[in-house]
Design a protein around this ligand. Structure first.
Ligand SMILES: [Zn+2]
Length: 51
């Protein structure tokens, strides 16, 4: 099961994707992609949500 999936977008190539890496790379240019969202399945790394 995937615990964390980063949704990313590369502004240079205007492509996006999903990756389990916290800092994904663009599959097209190999550069650092911009993570647009990172939905958590298990929420074990979200101190802001713990009250
Ligand atoms: Zn790219």
């Amino acid at each position: 099961m995937d615990l964390i999936v980063s949704h990313w977008h590369c502004p240079r190539c205007d492509v996006g994707g999903r990756d389990r890496e916290p800092e994904p790379s663009c599959w097209n240019c190999g550069g650092t992609a911009v993570v647009t969202s990172r939905p958590r399945v298990d929420g074990d790394d979200s101190p802001a949500l713990h009250s």
